[in-house]
Design a protein around this ligand. Structure first.
Ligand code: TYC
Length: 114
């Protein structure tokens, strides 16, 4: 014969109510999806102003930041111009490559896993 009050009759753990119950913390194992670097490559023919425009238009950079990054690519051969999810990186690369092709510039843009 139970001595517990009637309001606890259905509870599995005597003495624990909903305010004091210990709940096992779920293990935080939600993995973040990989990120991808979008790289712009230097070449000898694409006009500097065109590259600056690309960086402003497709990567949302200010004119000053776009100019600085264009110069980095020009001097170093390549630079990371952004880091995105796989889908967004693919879209950026396709937009840049299509825009360059339509303007008949040999500008190259690629992506690689971070
Ligand atoms: N090297 C080009 C020039 O002298 C400019 C340039 C910069 C081209 C960056 C491509 O990704 C590039 N006109």
């Amino acid at each position: 014969m139970s001595l517990r009050p009637l309001y606890m009759a259905d509870r599995k753990e005597p003495g624990r109510d909903s305010e004091t119950a210990v709940i096992a913390k779920p293990k935080a194992k939600t993995e973040r999806p990989p990120l991808y670097k979008v790289l712009l490559l230097n070449d000898d023919y694409t006009p500097m102003e065109f590259v600056v425009h690309v960086l402003e238009r497709f990567f949302g950079l200010s004119h000053a930041h776009a100019f600085e990054l264009m110069l980095t690519v020009h001097k170093k051969g390549l630079a990371v111009v952004g880091v995105f999810s796989h889908e967004v990186a693919e879209t950026k690369v396709a937009q840049v490559m299509d825009f360059a092709r339509r303007h008949q510039h040999p500008l190259q843009c690629t992506m690689e896993r971070e």
